[in-house]
Write a protein that binds this ligand. Structure first.
Ligand SMILES: NC(=O)c1ccc[n+]([C@@H]2O[C@H](COP(=O)([O-])OP(=O)(O)OC[C@H]3O[C@@H](n4cnc5c(N)ncnc54)[C@H](OP(=O)(O)O)[C@@H]3O)[C@@H](O)[C@H]2O)c1
Length: 242
C-alpha cells in the first residue's frame, strides 16, 4: 500500500486527495497548521480505511521545521511513495509591496524549501513521486493576481527543473495546474469560468499519477485555454481585462 505525505492537508483539494488515498488503504502523514481541522481530516481518513494516519501540526512558512518534518514522516510511515504539496494563499489583485513578500513566502519560498528537501531524500533512495499544486495562473501573469501568478510561475519552473534533475534517479515530478476550483480560497470571487469542485481536481491528480503524467491541467479545458492565452501577443494581451 502507498505511503503518502500531504502538506497543507486541510486544503479542500488536499482533503479530497487524502480521501481517495484513504479509500485505497494508503498510509498517510498529514501536515497542516490548524490542529482541529487537521484532526478532522485525519479522522475522516481513518474512517475511510487508511492503513495508518499520522499528523504534524506546523506552519509551513517556518522553513526551519522542514527537515524535521520529513524525518518525522519517515519515522512514522517509512519513506513516502508520494509527497503532495497543497498549501497556498491567493492574495489580492491589489496586493502591494507590503503584502507581496508574505504571499511569495507561502506560495514559493516555502514550497521551494519543501520540494528541495523531499527531492534530496527521494534522489538518495532513487524512488518516489513529488506532486505540487501550481496553477494556470503561473502560465501567464495577469492583473487579477500578479503576486500569486508570479509565485506559481516560479513554482512551475522549479517543478520542471526538478523533473529534469530527478528523472535519471527514477523520481517523478507532477505539476498540477488547476483552473478555478470551488474552495475557501476562491469563495470571494464573483465569477469563475469552467469552475469545478475539489473532488474533481483530486480525481484528476490521482489519474495523472497513475498514468505517470508530468503536468496535468484540471479540468482539461484549461490546457486549451492557456495555450491560447500564452500565444496572445503582448500588444493585445495588455489591453484585455480578464
Ligand atoms: N481554488 C482554486 O481555484 C485554485 C486554483 C489553482 C490552484 N490552487 C492551488 O491549490 C492549492 C490548494 O488550495 P485550495 O483551493 O484547496 O484552497 P484552500 O482550501 O483555501 O487551501 C489552502 C490551504 O493552504 C493552507 N495554508 C496556507 N498557508 C499555510 C501555511 N503557512 N502553513 C500551513 N498551511 C497553510 C491553508 O491552511 P489554513 O486553513 O490553516 O489557513 C489551507 O488549508 C493551493 O496551492 C492553491 O494555490 C487553487
Amino acid at each position: 500500500m502507498k505511503r503518502v505525505v500531504v502538506l497543507g492537508a486541510t486544503s479542500a483539494i488536499a482533503q479530497h486527495v487524502a480521501r481517495l488515498y484513504a479509500e485505497q488503504g494508503a498510509s498517510l502523514f498529514l501536515a497542516a497548521r490548524n490542529p482541529e481541522r487537521l484532526a478532522a481530516v485525519a479522522a475522516d481518513a481513518r474512517a475511510r480505511g487508511a492503513t495508518q494516519v499520522e499528523t504534524a501540526v506546523l506552519d509551513l512558512d517556518d522553513l526551519r521545521a522542514h527537515a524535521g518534518l520529513f524525518e518525522a514522516a519517515d519515522a512514522a510511515l517509512g519513506p513516502p511513495d508520494v509527497v503532495l504539496l497543497a498549501h497556498g494563499v491567493l492574495g489580492s489583485r491589489e496586493a502591494g509591496p507590503e503584502e507581496a513578500p508574505a504571499i511569495l513566502h507561502t506560495d514559493l519560498v516555502s514550497p521551494t524549501s519543501l520540494l528541495l528537501q523531499a527531492a534530496r531524500r527521494m534522489e538518495a533512495r532513487r524512488a518516489g513521486t513529488l506532486v505540487a499544486i501550481s496553477s494556470v495562473a503561473g502560465d501567464r501573469g495577469r492583473a487579477a493576481n500578479p503576486v500569486y501568478g508570479a509565485a506559481k510561475a516560479g513554482l512551475t519552473a522549479l517543478l520542471s527543473a526538478l523533473r529534469q534533475r530527478l528523472s535519471p534517479s527514477g523520481v517523478s515530478v507532477l505539476t498540477v495546474k488547476p483552473g478555478f476550483v470551488d474552495t475557501p480560497m476562491t469563495a470571494h470571487l464573483p465569477e469563475m469560468p469552467f469552475a469545478v469542485g475539489p473532488d474533481r481536481v483530486a480525481r484528476d491528480i490521482l489519474r495523472a499519477l497513475e498514468r505517470g503524467a508530468d503536468v496535468v491541467y484540471t479540468p482539461l479545458i484549461w490546457r486549451l485555454v492557456m495555450l491560447v492565452v500564452r500565444l496572445l501577443p503582448e500588444k493585445l494581451f495588455k489591453k484585455l481585462s480578464f
